[in-house]
Design a protein around this ligand. Structure first.
Ligand code: FMN
Length: 220
């Protein structure tokens, strides 16, 4: 019998096993407590400290929470958190492929222990003309925010910012004047494997891809 099996070419066996898998019931494997939200953003939160010292941190736990508001979940021990609480303003930039090294560094080093955290990157900051916070020039898209609300959750703060203005480099805009995700090459954070990714493929149109099902009725 084993002699016969040996005589069957590998690709025939491979094809056979692939087909068998198709018919198996798809089972999910329990993974325990895993933060299974993907994609996550790579946000650069910038705020002034004492003597207008610029500090920036990397935050993935952040999301738009209403038309003009963004919510960030940040640890109370971070320098950025203390800076935001005292200056009541901050900016949120989108990190892109070109600036991955600095973006990651902003998530490793802390302004609490590294006095020249921002300066080490060689990046430049200018004061926002809308809020009391620095705009980091290298990142292509920035939201300038006023502190709107602070909610304390365990050891984290939920910091809600009101977006006063959003600015973007011409190079990442499409002809209609809106940000083009393909040109932006925004970094995406993957909580499963701790990777950074870049997306750009448009798979469909929102509020449209599901329209076919709106017209479909199920038979009783
Ligand atoms: C990819 C990545 C995502 C992160 N996301 C968050 C986050 O959402 N909230 C948070 O409190 N810390 C987050 N951190 C950790 C902070 O960026 C890090 O502790 C940083 O040193 C804080 O800087 P600061 O003390 O100068 O403000 C993240 C780090 C990385 C690398």
């Amino acid at each position: 019998m084993s002699k016969i099996v040996k005589m069957i070419p590998c690709y025939v066996l491979f094809f056979y096993f692939c087909r068998m898998n198709c018919y198996e019931k798809i089972m999910k494997k329990d993974l325990g407590v895993v933060q299974a939200v993907y994609p996550m953003p790579v946000l650069m939160i910038a705020a002034y400290g004492e003597n207008d010292k610029v500090n920036v941190m990397n935050a993935a736990w952040g999301m738009i929470c209403s038309e003009d508001k963004i919510a960030l979940f940040i640890d109370e021990s971070h320098k950025t958190t203390q800076n935001i609480l005292s200056r009541k303003a901050f900016t949120v930039s989108i990190a892109d492929r070109k600036h991955m090294e600095a973006a990651d560094f902003f998530g490793i080093a802390t302004g609490n222990k590294m006095a020249d955290k921002f300066e080490r990157t060689g990046y430049t900051a200018v004061k926002s003309s809308h809020v009391d916070a620095p705009v980091i020039e290298e990142f292509p898209v920035v939201m300038e925010c006023e502190l709107a609300e602070v909610v304390r959750t365990e050891s984290m703060y939920c910091i809600v910012g009101k977006i006063i203005n959003t600015a973007a480099e011409e190079a990442v805009l499409s002809e209609n004047g809106k940000v083009d995700p393909v040109k932006l090459e925004a970094l995406i954070f993957d909580q499963f494997q701790h990777g950074y990714y870049v997306s750009g493929e448009r798979a469909g149109k929102a509020w449209n891809a599901g329209m076919g099902l709106m017209k479909k009725e199920t038979a009783d």
